[in-house]
Design a protein around this ligand. Structure first.
Ligand SMILES: Cc1cc2nc3c(=O)[nH]c(=O)nc-3n(C[C@H](O)[C@H](O)[C@H](O)COP(=O)(O)O)c2cc1C
Length: 355
């Protein structure tokens, strides 16, 4: 059904317009508890076999929504009702900013991919804090992804992240330092260990200072050289971080015809994302929580990432092509597959094929 609607209607409309319409509708759903609870009862994961625990947080399913969809924490409750086991909001910057000029979001339908150069358009940390404050009391796992305000120079990057962390860490089930989006000039340079160490240290101090000690993760790019993936993993261990999220979108255009600038996501990212996950797992074993994202389309991908050592798996672009029942379907199929394999608990398969 969604496929027909997508081909006949949605694919002809500007993708960012659709995004805003969708978020508007989901916001309405979030703000309508009776309907939302009905949807939740129907679509949210309830199978105890899907439950996972990571950095002290309980997730109803390992599959969650990646950052970038709900940038301002406007529809967290609705996404949870649609079946996502967690919702990562953001990227949020200390100061509100408009992002890049439109058009900045492009569908590559044949390749089941998207290119975006949104540029962290968001209402800023204070507004996000207000929005997150409203979701308290609703049982949904919320990750908060923070990034650098565009106009802030690299030399003040740590202070900028700290401002966001102070505002948002107390409201987050986990906090993510995003140094990997390709659409803020210079951002990815912060992945170099000598710049990343002081930045992560400063944010960690804030995260450690919240009443519940907020878990801290770093999100990395797929375009890092393998040695740099290792270096970030080593740094995460050294600083006592809780996990690594791999990966963000890629600047590579391998396998796609479009030359639009921005970050590429979806199917063409799948192989590299999995490769980075395997590399991370080989380096850190189960000492860090690994969150795998990039090119996940269905249960086969989720299964493969879990086996390769991811405790949590995320997706975004897949939803654009699969529609609102995507997460529900993945959870349903994951439950079925676990039963078929005689596995009583999804945690038993995590890292099973890792070396
Ligand atoms: C339109 C769009 C906007 C995104 N914005 C962000 C963002 O603000 N912060 C971030 O960390 N990742 C962002 N991402 C990256 C996703 O979180 C994810 O890492 C990437 O898209 C790979 O997953 P996918 O192939 O399932 O989409 C964005 C992705 C898309 C498609």
């Amino acid at each position: 059904m969604y496929r027909i609607v997508f081909t006949q209607v949605l694919s002809r409309i500007d993708p960012e317009d659709i995004h805003h319409l969708t978020v508007g509708a989901l916001r309405l759903l979030s703000a309508t508890p009776v309907v939302r609870r009905l949807v939740h009862r129907r679509l949210a994961p309830r199978d105890p076999a899907l439950r996972v625990q990571a950095f002290g947080v309980h997730f109803p399913s390992p599959f969650g929504l990646a950052a970038g969809f709900d940038k301002d924490a406007r529809c967290v409750e609705a996404m949870s009702a649609l079946g996502f086991g967690h919702v990562e909001v953001g990227t949020i910057t200390a100061h509100a900013q408009p992002g890049n000029a439109r058009p900045r979001l492009f569908r590559l339908v044949r390749e089941r991919a998207v290119i975006n150069r949104m540029g962290f358009n968001n209402a800023g940390a204070a507004a996000a804090a207000k929005a997150l404050g409203r979701t308290r009391g609703v049982p949904v796992v919320v990750g908060v992804n923070i990034g650098k305000t565009k106009v802030v120079p690299e030399s003040q990057a740590a202070d900028d992240y700290v401002t966001s962390a102070k505002e948002l860490a107390p409201l987050a089930d986990y906090l993510v330092v995003n140094v990997s989006s390709p659409n803020t000039p210079g951002l990815r340079d912060l992945q170099a260990v000598e710049l990343l160490r002081p930045l992560l240290r400063a944010v960690k101090e804030v995260a450690d200072g919240t009443p519940r000690r907020t878990p801290l993760l770093v999100k990395i790019a797929p375009d890092l050289a393998d040695e740099d993936v290792d270096a970030v993993a080593d740094l995460a261990l050294e600083l006592g971080l809780d996990g690594v999220i791999a990966t963000n979108t890629t600047i590579s255009r391998e396998g796609v015809s479009s030359t639009e600038t921005g970050g590429l996501s979806g199917r063409p990212l799948k192989a590299r994302s999995l490769e980075v996950l395997r590399r991370l797992r080989a380096r850190v074993g189960d000492r860090l929580v690994l969150v795998s994202v990039g090119g996940v389309e269905g249960v086969d991908d989720v299964w493969e990432r879990l086996l390769a050592g991811a405790t949590l798996v995320q997706g975004y672009t897949g939803m654009i092509y699969e529609g609102p029942l995507w997460a529900w379907r993945i959870n349903r199929d994951l439950s079925r597959r676990l039963r078929r394999h005689g596995v009583a608990d999804v945690r038993q398969i995590i890292g099973r094929t890792a070396g």
